[in-house]
Ligand binder design. Structure first.
Ligand code: COA
Length: 341
């Protein structure tokens, strides 16, 4: 991409969304045969009944490509017109090259800059904020933001407290410049945050530069997700409410103005708790965790794509997206749904 700052001051608009879930479905009944758990426990404590798992020959870029191609089709966009491709992922195909460059190449996005960002389960909201900044500064006019994960590759399949939660999938959105947009249209704003003092609550202890995979004493489980479930639960319920409230206040809006809450799908109890505190009724809350599980940075765009497909989102609707996750990180975004007609 080639651009100079300050030439234009357009607004960023969210004009399309699509998703891709791998075919293979892993049910709670199958998990019962793998670890000491029950379908009842998983459904009652997490809200999950089944989840999608990538095929052995599928990596994160393959899932991302599926979502990206569906998005280009549904928005009638040519890959060659993209200025920037951002992939939020915590499970890149490789440490480098970035997964986004692989997807841009497969898509034919020959004019696009491409990079990965990692803010774990908040990554999609962070990516959306970065795309908005690029569009509103005049540096890019068409940006695709993808959240894509193959968490099945970093889950410890012997650890019942985590392996029942995480899953694979990808969701993609298109952010476009609008030179005419009124204030109050398009992307309205973000509240993003991080607190690294909670780094140990949810992490992969080894495999990075601090403790490389080949270091002495590294066990296979050290290369997988480890989580202090109760502490993460407490953090998640609090931060969803705090972040959303701060953002709504800054925007001069209330939850009555919100048409749809699209939360990170980590646990149906977390979502329910946050929605109750925010006083958003269940019919305005997108929940698909029962058949998708926690797909980290893919979860918000996958949930939004499903809501759009099911006709639960109307043009002009105000969406409140809230993500949280390892880091610790969090992010809330207020965006109007303004699909291409
Ligand atoms: N099946 C059956 N029992 C299980 C189990 C499973 N899959 N996983 C844990 N348990 C057991 C525990 O060992 C514990 O047993 P004990 O009392 O004998 O020690 C018991 O269930 C209660 O464990 P606890 O961790 O207190 O359960 P919980 O109600 O907090 O639910 C989580 C566990 C993981 C579902 C919940 O803490 C959670 O969702 N946390 C947030 C996770 C999250 O969102 N992470 C991603 C953030 S992006």
């Amino acid at each position: 991409m080639l651009a100079l700052t300050g030439r234009t001051r357009p607004r960023a608009r969210l004009t399309g969304v699509a998703s891709y879930l791998p075919e293979r479905v892993l049910t709670n009944a199958e998990l019962e045969t793998m670890v000491d758990t029950t379908d009842k426990w998983i459904r009652e404590r997490t809200g999950i009944s089944e989840r999608h798992i990538a095929a052995d020959d599928q990596a994160t870029s393959d899932l991302a490509l599926g979502a990206a191609q569906a998005l280009l089709r549904s928005t009638r966009t040519s890959a060659a017109d993209l200025d920037l491709l951002i992939i939020a992922t915590t499970t890149p195909d490789h440490i480098f090259p970035p997964t986004a460059t692989l997807v841009a190449d497969q898509l034919g996005a020959t004019s696009a800059a491409a990079l990965d960002i990692n803010a774990v389960c908040s990554g999609f909201v962070y990516g959306l904020a970065h795309a908005t900044g690029m569009v509103e500064s005049g540096l890019a006019r068409k940006v695709m933001v993808i959240g894509a994960e193959t968490l099945s590759r970093i889950v410890d399949w012997n650890d019942r407290s985590t392996c029942v939660l995480f899953a694979d999938g990808a969701g993609a959105v298109l952010i476009e410049a609008d030179d005419e947009g009124d204030p109050g249209s398009g992307v309205i704003g973000f509240e993003l945050g991080a607190d690294g003092s909670g780094k140990d609550l949810l992490c992969i202890p080894a495999g990075g530069s601090r403790r490389p995979a080949r270091s002495e004493g590294v066990e296979p489980a050290d290369l997988c997700i480890q989580m202090a479930g109760r502490e993460v639960f407490r953090f998640a319920t609090g931060i969803m409410v705090e972040s959303a409230t701060r953002l709504l206040q800054e925007a001069g809006l209330t939850t009555d103005d919100v048409d749809l809450l699209v939360p990170h799908q980590a646990n149906s109890r977390i979502i329910q708790h946050a929605a109750e505190k925010l006083e958003i009724p269940p019919e305005k809350v997108v929940t698909n965790i029962d058949h998708v599980g926690n797909t980290s940075s893919a979860s918000i765009p996958v949930a939004l794509a499903e809501a759009v497909e099911q006709g639960n989102v109307a043009p002009g609707d105000l969406l409140l997206m809230v993500g949280f996750g390892a880091g610790l990180t969090w992010g809330a975004g207020l965006v109007r749904w303004e699909p291409r007609t």
